[in-house]
Structures are given as C-alpha cells and as structure tokens.
Design a protein around this ligand. Structure first.
Ligand code: ATP
Length: 635
C-alpha cells in the first residue's frame, strides 16, 4: 500500500507540472515535483502516456448493450455470487458515506455498482456504471484498472486520476485472486473526491481477504490444506495464510501465506511441502508447529479435504476426461439464500440455534455446512447426525456416548458420543422431527445445562457447540400433535430458515447453468442446447437439488467432450413441466448463426474464453488488435 503524504493542492501542482511537460518524452519519474505522487500512480501515469492517452480529453468509452451486459453477468456468475456477502456488508456503509461498492470482471469491466443513489448519478456522468470497462487502457489511471495491473490494493484520489473528468472521484480497489493467483475480478469503493474516504482501502482489503479466504472452503477431494500464521490468534481468520498441497506439492495459496514464507506465485507446482518445511517430519492432519524460511515459529493446522485423492494421471489415460464430481464443490446460492446464510452465521456466532426447513434435497445440509464454514467455529468440527437414520436403540448411545460396559455390545473402552465430538464446533441434527420423545428430553437437558451425561453413568462432561437442526416436517404441527416437545421446540427454533423447493424458484435456468458449470460442463466444453436447458429448468424436480444434480451428472457422463446435449438426451419424465406461474423465463432465442458477424463474434468469445479472459492474449491468438477485439466483442 502506498502512503499519502500529499495534500490535494501539492498533488494538483505535481500533476500540472508533470502533465505540462511531455510525459512520454522524458518519463515521469525523471521530472521535478513528482515526490508528492505515490509510486503506483506515477507508474500508471507513465503507462497511460505510453499508450498515447490524452489526459485533457474525455475518455472514449462505449458501454455494453443490455444484452452484452447480461452475457457478462452470466460469464461472471460464480464471481458475483461469491462476492455477494461482502458486497452486501459494504453496501450499507457505502449508502451512509455517499459512495458506491463496485465489482468488476478480471478486465475491469464494471459488473455491479451498489450504494448511494445520489453519488451513483454523479458516477454515471463519468461512465462509472455497469457495462463500462475501467481498465487503464480505456479509462487511464483509476483504482480498478491500476489495481488490476499492479496486482495489489490501490487508492486513487481526485487529481491522481489520469483523465480530468475523473477528478471528482476518490476510489480504492483491490484485485480478487484465485487459488493459483489468477485474477478473478476487482472490488472497489468509490466516493466523491471532496470527501476524505479514510477507511475505504482498509475496508476493501478486509472484504477481498474474506472473499479469497472462502475459496479455500472446497479445494477438491484428497487435497491437503495448511493454514498458518505466526500469531496463533489469527489462525482461523481470513488473515491466516493458506496453502494447498496435492500429493505433497504446492498447488494453491493465498497472498498471506506467500508473504509469510517469502514466496511468490511462481512457487506453485514446483515446491514440495518437505522443501518448504524441512523439519516438519510427516504430514499429519491436525495442529503442527512449523518454521518459516528464516527459522521463525509458525502455528499451523493441516486438514485433508474429504474424498479420494485424485490419482496422478497415467500417460495413456491423459485423454480421458476427469471424473464428474458427486456434487458441485461450491454450492449454488441465490441472493435470497445468501442473505439467509449471512443471518444464520450471525446467529450461530451469537450462540443461537437455527432450524433449517425444506423438502428433501433442497440443500439443508449444504446450507448448514456453508454456515459452519463461514462462522467463527469453522476450524472446529462439523458433526452431522441423522436422527431418522439411527436405530432408536442406538441413537442415545451415539449421541451421548457411553461408559465401558454400559450395554451388551458396547465397546470395551466406552465411546465419547457425537455431542462431545462436536465440542467447540457445530452440531447438525438432521431430521430432528424424527427424534423419539424420550431422547428429546435428554437433548433439552444438554442444551440447558451445556453438559453431557454418558449412557451408563459417569460424570457429566461440559460441552460447547453451536446447533443447527434440519427437518422436512412441520415442527410446529408436530408440537400441536404432541409428537414434539414444545419446550425443546422453543429452545431450538428461535430462528427458522425455510429453503424453497426448486419448482418455486424463478431463477431455475440460472441454477441449471451454474450447476452445469460447477459439475464440469464448461471445463469439458459440453454445452446444453437452449431447449434442453429450458426443459431442465421447467421440470418439477420432486427430489430438488439432489435429483437435478444427479440428472446433470448423468447427462455429462453420457455427453461427448466438446459436444452439445440436445433435448432428446433427457431422461423420460424430465420434460414434465412445473406448475404454471412458477415457470422460469423462456430460454433466449438462439442467434442466427449463419451471419458472418455472428461467427466472428463467436470466434472472439471462444478465444477470450481460451485465454481465461485475458484480452491481450486473446487478441494475439486471433491476430487482431486489442482495440478491435474490444470494439467487436466487449463493448
Ligand atoms: N445450493 C446447492 N448448490 C448445489 N448443490 C446443492 C445445493 N443444495 C443441495 N445440493 C445438492 O443436493 C444434494 C442434497 O443436498 P442436502 O443433503 O443438503 O439436502 P437436504 O435438504 O439436507 O436433503 P435431506 O432432507 O434429504 O437430508 C447435495 O449432495 C448436493 O449435491
């Protein structure tokens, strides 16, 4: 981060002096009076001058059409969903401070702006609005574009902007990086230059840290995640360092970990755990003490993602497509569910139980796991108990543990029980409505007294866990019918979350698309024909997400890589429509593909996709200039 010692007046003077002389002829750093200007800004001014941008002119930007903007939203669906909790948290603040929270794609294309409507109007006058690229090449020095190039948090205030009209803005932005250092987008907080936005940069950093930290919640089966910090109090927070290993080799990281260990992104794929931590001995899950490169002690926890480790590819198997995951690694959550989730996390953190209601397969467990992953107890266990699946005779012992010899068939040394296993973490009681009455009383006692009495006697043991219960039944009705204890109901259900069945959601088409992508459809180049996608979105899905995910996996397994799944590939019954009124919007009519223009655009889009959204790289592959690619495809 650069520090601002310059006042607006000294900055203005420096700017005038620097800009009055020919920037590109001498190089800005060679000029007098530039000490007042932070180094990243100077570097950016120089880049803009080298591009021949005229600082006195109005930048020429053409916003995307509504349709193109919608396509950009679709391309960045995962990013937008992922950032939603932080954007919503910043939103309230932005409204109060007269500013805007802005999310962009990896090329600086503004996707969303949220915040103060008064300032949004002013920002729109300088084209700071969705559908406009705010990269340096288009809009000169600005927090978004400059942060994306500098790959770090940057603040650009008033006259530090390259183009005159942008002097009304004061902005702070930071790029959002993926597990492998790839740029996913940028988050920005912009306000009027006249108001000193002292905390903007700090708030953006915290938000981006939290977004990036969540990426490590699901790194893929069999991979090991090492969380580390030199301050044990910061372990388990978004400020901890995180490294991902596959068969002992470093394959992912966050910035905090790289900086703790003095590494950069080049270390990925070429650094082994044993080389990084030669004194660590065997890699074992749990707490470990390590030392960094300079011998300073680090506190660390190693954790292995559940599931079978991916096998090393065999040479002749290279062409075989990767296995289809059993479930998407990151759940598909719409804005409403994200809001419910944010509330559930707050309650869990405050020690208040939550009940999640919904039909089978609506994602009650997925929701609860996500709440656990985001709450303060994320590093402690998530213990799931299905009250309907355990035989009544065993459920008591399973939950409360038992003393040695408590009953015939009991393990010789007794057992701790699931409630104690959840100590420090989160206990998820699935199908709570099916818990026998007798056990309900015992559970109530545990919740009241916060201690567990093992079956067969023994001393009560104190326990501390957060509680989420799930049910597909109407608990209030069960209480009325006398099948569920009213006192337990009031204890566990001060807050209820209802997850809607799929057929009631209006965004089913987006759900289908997002699930398809996350199951690997896009990665294999397999597309869903628009009619097929529409039929999947319109189907009834009594098994909700579980059934839809299962069907998509089957379609993917049957599809040829690079092919398209047509309507006739759907299993019988899927074409059955959801009730009227709940039908999602119809699929957009396919573009007439014969036109030359359409074909050229498609080729450009494909090149952009292949280059991971990198415009320069895509233009190079196509043999056209960046500006042509922008004009034809992005703007
Ligand atoms: N939001 C989601 N995004 C992606 N997949 C999901 C989502 N919710 C559920 N699923 C998929 O559906 C399956 C069932 O989810 P989950 O077990 O959470 O449902 P549930 O409501 O707890 O079901 P049940 O009541 O039958 O226990 C998951 O394995 C996952 O594949």
């Amino acid at each position: 981060m650069h520090s601002h010692v310059a006042t607006p007046r000294t900055l203005l003077a420096a700017r005038q002096r620097v800009f009055a002389e020919s920037l590109s002829a001498q190089g800005v750093t060679a000029q007098r009076g530039v000490e007042a200007v932070p180094a990243p800004i100077l570097r950016s001014w120089q880049r803009c001058a080298d591009l021949g941008l005229d600082f006195g002119a109005r930048p020429r930007v053409e916003p995307l059409s509504q349709r193109e903007l919608r396509e950009a939203w679709e391309r960045n669906d995962a990013l937008r969903r992922r950032c939603r909790p932080e954007i919503e948290a910043l939103h309230a603040d932005a409204q109060a401070t007269g500013s805007l929270v802005i999310l962009t794609d990896p090329n600086g294309l503004v996707l969303d702006t949220l915040g103060n409507p008064g300032f949004a109007g002013k920002a729109a006058q300088v084209a700071l609005c969705p559908g406009v690229p705010w990269n340096e090449a288009a809009t000169g020095t600005n927090a978004i574009g400059t942060a994306l190039i500098e790959r770090r948090a940057v603040e650009v205030r008033g006259p530090e902007h390259y183009f005159e009209p942008h002097r009304i803005l004061s902005c702070a932005a930071m790029p959002i990086l993926g597990l492998r250092g790839e740029t996913l987008g940028a988050l920005d907080l912009s306000g009027p230059a006249a108001m000193l936005q002292t905390h903007a940069l700090g708030m953006i950093r915290l938000a981006v840290d939290a977004i990036e930290h969540r990426l490590f919640e699901a790194v893929g089966p069999g991979r090991e995640v090492l969380r580390l910090h030199d301050d044990p109090a910061l372990l388990g927070t978004p400020r901890e360092g995180v490294l991902v290993f596959e068969e002992g080799r470093l394959v992912g990281a966050n910035r905090a970990a790289l900086s703790l260990l003095g590494l950069d992104w080049d270390a990925l794929d070429r650094t082994d755990f044993s080389r990084l931590f030669p004194d660590a001995g065997r890699r074992q899950p749990g707490a470990i003490r390590l030392r960094d490169g300079e011998g300073r002690p680090l506190h660390a926890r190693l954790h292995e993602e559940a599931g079978r480790a991916p096998r090393a590819p065999r040479p002749h198997a290279a062409a075989r497509p990767a296995a289809i995951p059993a479930a998407p690694d990151v759940p598909v959550l719409d804005a409403a569910t994200e809001r419910l989730l944010a509330r559930a996390v707050r309650l869990v953190d405050a020690g208040i139980p939550v009940v999640v209601e919904g039909e089978t397969g609506t994602g009650k467990e997925v929701f609860s796991r996500a709440a656990h992953a985001r709450c303060a107890r994320a590093r402690a266990p998530f213990v799931a108990v299905n009250c309907a699946a355990l035989p009544e005779s065993l459920i008591e012992a399973e939950l409360f543990g038992y003393e040695p010899g408590a009953f015939t068939g009991a393990a010789r040394h007794g057992a701790q029980g699931l409630l104690r296993q959840a100590d420090g973490g989160l206990l998820f009681l699935d199908e709570i409505g099916d818990m026998p009455l007798g056990l309900q009383s015992r559970l109530l006692r545990v919740l009241q007294e916060r201690e567990v009495q093992p079956v067969g006697g023994g001393r009560p043991v104190p326990v501390d866990f957060a509680l989420i219960c799930a049910t597909h039944r109407d608990l209030a009705r069960l209480v009325e019918e006398g099948a569920f204890r009213a006192d337990l109901y009031y204890r566990i259900a001060p807050y209820r979350v209802a997850l809607p069945p799929l057929r009631e959601r209006r965004d089913r088409q987006e759900v289908v698309r997002a699930l398809w992508d996350r199951l690997g459809g896009a990665a294999r180049g397999v597309a869903l024909a628009p009619a097929c996608e529409a039929a999947l979105a319109a189907a009834v899905w009594p098994g909700n997400f579980r059934q839809l995910v299962g069907t998509l996996r089957a379609l993917l397994a049957l599809a040829d890589p690079g092919g398209t799944v047509e309507l006739d590939a759907l299993p019988e019954g899927v074409a059955q429509k959801a009730p009227r009124g709940a039908a999602p919007p119809a699929a957009p009519a396919p573009e007439p593909s014969g036109r030359l223009d359409g074909i050229a655009r498609e080729a450009m889009r494909a090149a952009l996709d292949a280059a991971g959204g990198n415009v320069s790289e895509a233009a190079r592959r196509l043999g056209i200039s960046r500006s042509t690619l922008y004009r034809r495809c992005l703007s």
